[in-house]
Write a protein that binds this ligand. Structure first.
Ligand code: ATP
Ligand code: MG
Length: 349
């Protein structure tokens, strides 16, 4: 299986190198790696943040392991040349419409949560956010003057039933692979889009009788996520609501350096990346927490490569490395990037 490695900028190359070490040590099977430049590094080498050669490797690959993009040197470039455009371009070109963000508290990190430890300990959920539709892309949108001469901005929230059905299926499949509970989040008491969302999710549920489906309004979901997050297993929602809820959930489990993500298309293909950025302030200092990227590599094994057994081993090793007290600076310790990774490898047993 071909894995495209796109390390990118800042701490990206540092954390990707550690994730590759863990994949090898954990016994991941039949992986061939091809590395390509992306982001500011690609711009500096070839004048474009997402060169054709990189896109070609990403297209051919079975999965993509992505570091981070963002480079202060590129801040004044025209918008389409900025490093951040590379990840947006990859999602669009590869049709990656489903964003999965697991939020799980490692019990040893209960103190790092924004919630009280006894509430935080119950968090073990996945948010599935639709990535390619909703008010972010709906037409018409724009700025205009009203009859009274006032400036007016407008956007359109829209989804068609096929877009809702395909993300709902990801939700049901994910729920099947976990504890079998799916909560669909919408605002069906106010929005037409949400009423359609709810109808289609219910139609898709006929194919998944084993999954226990519930619906929740987004305002209530925001409240419940901090009040009693243990009630959630899998949440499926649209682009806007998912954007907000997934950032909220990430703060409930501690450091940005801990959280992985996957962006999937309708086959098994996916792009896996830590949710953090290129962290130019700590790049090149050996301080970055590599766990978000190591956990992203575990997600890649689980969702794209059919190696859930190896993914389980890696996740258990991360847990054990934390139990034995290893911490990078963002977690209040002084382990280097490499030392943290060594601890995970040692814990693989
Ligand atoms: P982007 O726009 O690419 O998301 P950002 O401006 O949101 O980037 P990050 O690059 O994610 O910011 O960094 C935010 C802060 O978190 C920085 O202080 C950075 O040093 C810290 N940080 C990010 N990732 C890590 C990590 N893996 N380990 C330790 N600290 C990190
Ligand atoms: Mg950010």
């Amino acid at each position: 299986m071909l894995i495209a490695l796109l390390p990118g900028d800042g701490i990206g190359p540092e954390v990707i190198a550690e994730a590759v070490r863990v994949l090898a040590a954990a016994g991941a099977r039949d992986l061939v790696f091809e590395t390509a430049e992306v982001g500011g590094a690609a711009y500096k080498a070839s004048g474009h943040p997402l060169p054709q050669a990189t896109l070609d490797v990403a297209r051919r690959a079975d999965a993509i392991l992505f570091g981070a993009v963002g480079d202060p040197d590129c801040d004044r470039l025209e918008r389409h040349l900025r490093p951040e455009q590379a990840i947006l371009g990859l999602r669009k070109e590869l049709g990656l419409f489903a964003n999965l963000r697991p939020a799980k508290l490692f019990p040893e990190l209960a103190d790092a949560s924004a919630l009280r430890p006894e509430i935080a300990r119950a968090i073990d959920l996945v948010i599935i956010r639709e990535l390619t539709g909703d008010v972010y892309f709906g037409q018409p949108r724009g700025l205009r003057k009203t009859d009274k001469g006032l400036r007016e901005g407008f956007d359109t929230m829209r989804y068609d039933e096929s877009e809702i059905a395909r993300i709902a299926k990801v939700g049901f499949e994910t729920a099947m692979a976990r504890s079998g509970r799916l909560c669909s989040v919408d605002k069906a008491n106010v929005l037409e889009t949400s009423q359609l969302w709810r109808d289609v999710v219910m139609e898709v549920s006929a194919d998944y009788p084993e999954v226990e489906l519930s619906h929740m309004y987004v305002d209530n979901a925001a409240m419940q996520l901090v009040r009693a997050p243990g009630q959630f297993d899998v949440i499926v929602t649209g682009n806007l609501f998912g954007d907000i809820l997934s950032d909220q959930a990430s703060m409930c489990v501690g450091s940005i350096g801990m959280l992985p993500s996957a962006s999937l298309d309708s086959s098994a293909k996916g792009l896996y990346e830590p949710i953090h950025g290129s962290a130019p302030d700590i790049a090149g200092q050996g301080k970055a927490n590599p766990l978000a990227t190591i956990l992203s590599a575990a997600m890649m094994l689980r969702y794209s490569l059919g190696q859930a057994d190896v993914a389980d081993r890696i996740e258990a090793a991360v847990s054990r490395a934390l139990e034995t007290g290893h911490r990078t600076a963002d977690l209040g310790g002084n382990a280097s990037t490499t030392a943290m990774c060594d601890a995970v490898i040692a814990a693989l047993g």
